[in-house]
Design a protein around this ligand. Structure first.
Ligand SMILES: [Zn+2]
Length: 112
């Protein structure tokens, strides 16, 4: 995301995204960027402790996909076992991502 280029919805200026962090209380972390031209604020994500925990879970699940892949490559698991493991991880990943999206959307409506 950082360094990506988008058009500002408000003034049409091209913006190179430079994410900034803002804390609200002990728990809430808002990631946002501003249009250099009109100063419009764009909130990229709002995270609380629960979201950060889900984020970590997502990262761990993605890591475990790599572990399954290398186990399969090294002949430690059969193809069937590998496919089964990946499917289970994918399922959990999808559920966790959905849960996190719902929580973030909820926070976005509060902190925008
Ligand atoms: Zn603008």
């Amino acid at each position: 995301m950082e360094g990506n280029i988008i058009y500002c919805n408000k003034c049409g200026e091209i913006i190179k995204i430079k994410l900034r962090k803002q804390k609200r209380g002990a728990d809430i972390e808002i990631n946002y960027f501003r249009c250099k031209n009109c100063k419009e604020k764009y909130i990229f994500s709002v995270l609380n402790q629960e979201c950060r925990k889900l984020q970590r879970e997502i990262r761990n699940l993605q890591k475990s996909k790599n572990i399954s892949a290398s186990d399969f490559r090294d002949g430690k698991t059969t193809e069937d076992e590998y496919v089964k493991a990946i499917n289970e991880i994918e399922k959990e990943l999808t559920e966790t991502q959905l849960e996190m999206k719902e929580k973030m959307d909820e926070l976005l409506t509060i902190y925008k």
